[in-house]
Design a protein around this ligand. Structure first.
Ligand SMILES: Cc1cc2nc3c(=O)[nH]c(=O)nc-3n(C[C@H](O)[C@H](O)[C@H](O)COP(=O)(O)OP(=O)(O)OC[C@H]3O[C@@H](n4cnc5c(N)ncnc54)[C@H](O)[C@@H]3O)c2cc1C
Length: 553
């Protein structure tokens, strides 16, 4: 069978395909993709939103921000109106409060309505608050002073990193003060023997990665929002992303953190030790707490060595069961060099083609998988990959595929998967679900929802981190509709719960999913979480209306 497979080699880019496929196709795809990289220049205003960071100890960093397509500032309905939320009895910001903040951090207090707009709306343009003040502290002591004051005055505070969160947790519901970590962007130390990086919470993930690459290391996490999200936001959401399969979750790689509690006290757990069994591991409380227990101000994180050889395969699979069998084969044949296994359905491919003008580099298939290997010996890795590809094509698990080993081409292939979120944002209002399920059930939910919703939805698509059992189920419609929402929720959560899945694999609960926590956590666990919250933030000033229901439901 292997003899029937043609291996085409372009510079750093090999195409595995059955004989029938045309030769010029890939070159054409490649050229168009090259063009597309320059097709989305950020407009000035958008640049402001996405680049409101300082260089993180490295002024020559080239930043790759999220693309501009969905970022026009059309008016989004106020969260409090769409969801009929009642404002809790927090104080309102007075002129005296503003004078205090201005005195504490001159130039770090923003009250201009236009400047505040992007900080009040989430990236998806689905929730909006009306905060009148944005604070940009530079130091932990300033954060501490702000919280001490707000706690005394009973002023609610919404911590914000890069504002790329997808569950409505990063923006106020009413007029909460927005505390942005944008100016807390200094690298504190990096130890090139242990690979331990210590930095302030507002460092942009991609900047950190650039900094580390110069020292032959990388960040242990990677996500499509890397050009805008902050490491503090990543920790606060316990972000998963594309490298989790290889390097594990932040719960393992974050070695320590510093956080400011609601009353202003500073909790310094910024250890840089791999082993430390002295008492409870308090940092875990803050990882994934979505700004409700404290503001993360600095992080110590264990970073892996930069792999010497990275290869990426983009493959078309005829069915989801073949996607799964390719995964098991891939684990068996690529083992220690496997660093990502992502999948997307053809509906996702149609969206990135239609809205972002990306080009499918392989023959159309119902499903596509992206397999990344990261190793230390390129000849060895390429040989392993070649054997694997020949095997999956000979056994008809894969219909067509292409392989890239050059950085530029790797990025182009990754764009097909990473820019789905952006393509969806161009497709209309998005109902977004981020589910963990047993892998064999993963796609059934998409098929089921497609049949259930029929023509009331514009698109129902599935993609995600298959290697982690994580499905991103997205439904788009022309605009928000309460009846469509009711057709989806709680149906999706009930469906997930019956297979003991998680209703939020990596995005958190934020504002949108807090009432559904009981589908994934028992009553006792929710009660204990509420007790922790009450102990650490008795007045509830930190990110109110988010993550936990007020009473166990
Ligand atoms: C295109 C795209 C792709 C994405 N891909 C992934 C993915 O693969 N995996 C994934 O897990 N997520 C993904 N996300 C979601 C999002 O990027 C992550 O949740 C990210 O970690 C949020 O970081 P941020 O700095 O933008 O935080 P924000 O969005 O600003 O805030 C998120 C939450 O954390 C809180 N918070 C922020 N900073 C702090 C702090 N310093 N201290 C305490 N609380 C804080 C906020 O109050 C809020 O509740 C994606 C988003 C986009 C737009």
């Amino acid at each position: 069978m292997a003899a029937s497979i043609v291996v085409r080699r372009y510079q750093g880019w090999h195409h595995w395909t059955p004989l029938k496929l045309q030769t010029g196709y890939l070159r054409e795809a490649f050229n168009i993709q090259m063009g597309s990289a320059a097709m989305y220049p950020l407009k000035k205003k958008e640049t402001k939103l996405l680049r409101r960071q300082l260089p993180c100890g490295n002024s020559h960093v080239t930043k790759r921000t999220l693309h501009a397509t969905p970022l026009c500032f059309q008016e989004v309905m106020l969260t409090s109106e769409r969801y009929e939320v009642q404002r809790l009895p927090f104080a309102h910001v007075s002129d005296r409060d503003l004078s205090f903040f201005e005195c504490l951090m001159p130039g770090g207090v923003i009250t201009d309505e236009d400047e505040l707009k992007p900080f009040n709306v989430d990236w998806l343009k689905t929730v909006r608050g009306y905060s009148k003040v944005l604070l940009k502290p530079r130091t932990t002591v300033e954060v501490s002073e702000v919280l001490r004051y707000c706690n005394e005055r009973n002023l609610a505070v919404n911590p914000q990193g890069g504002n790329t969160g997808l569950v409505g947790g990063s923006v106020p519901v009413f007029d909460e003060i927005i505390l942005s970590t944008a100016l807390m962007n200094k690298i504190i130390s990096f130890d090139s023997v242990s690979g331990i990086l210590v930095c302030q919470a507002g460092c942009i993930l991609e900047n950190l990665n650039h900094y580390l690459e110069q020292q032959d290391f990388i960040m242990p996490l990677d996500l499509a929002a890397k050009g805008s999200c902050h490491i503090g936001g990543n920790v606060a959401t316990n972000a998963g992303g594309l490298r989790l399969l290889r390097y594990g979750s932040l719960r393992g790689t974050v070695l320590g953190l510093e956080a400011v509690l609601a009353d202003g006290s500073i909790l310094n757990c910024l250890a840089s030790l791999r082993k430390d069994n002295t008492g409870y591991d308090l940092k875990q409380l803050f990882i994934g707490s979505e700004g409700t227990l404290g503001i993360v101000t600095a992080v110590s994180i264990l970073c892996p060595q930069k792999p010497k050889a990275v290869n990426l395969a983009f493959l078309g699979c005829p069915s989801f069961s073949q996607v799964l069998r390719t995964f098991t084969t891939c684990k068996g044949m690529l083992g220690e060099i496997l660093s990502a296994y992502e999948f997307m359905d053809n509906e996702c491919m149609e969206l990135v083609k239609r809205h972002l003008k990306l080009v499918n580099p392989v023959a159309e298939s119902p499903f596509y998988v992206l397999i990344e290997t990261s190793g230390s010996n390129s000849a060895h890795d390429e040989e392993k990959l070649s054997n694997f590809l020949e095997h999956v094509m000979a056994t008809n698990l894969v219909a067509d595929g292409t392989l890239a080993s050059e950085d530029k081409k790797i990025k182009m292939l990754w764009a097909l998967r990473e820019r789905i979120t952006e393509a969806l944002a161009c497709d209309g209002y998005i109902y977004k679900y981020d589910i963990s399920l047993p892998v064999d059930k993963l796609y059934d939910l998409v098929t089921d929802l497609r049949a259930r919703l029929g023509r009331s939805a514009r698109s129902v698509v599935g993609y995600g981190h298959l290697g982690d059992g994580n499905l991103h189920l997205n439904i788009t419609a022309e605009s928000y509709s309460h009846s469509l929402q009711e057709a989806i929720e709680p149906y999706v959560y009930e469906w997930t719960s019956q297979y003991c899945g998680s209703i939020s694999a990596e995005h958190g609960l934020g504002f949108k999913k807090k009432h559904y926590i009981h589908y994934s956590k028992p009553r006792e666990a929710i009660l204990l979480m509420q007790q922790f919250k009450a102990m650490l933030d008795p007045k509830g000033i930190l990110n109110p209306y988010k993550t936990l229901p007020v009473k166990a439901e």
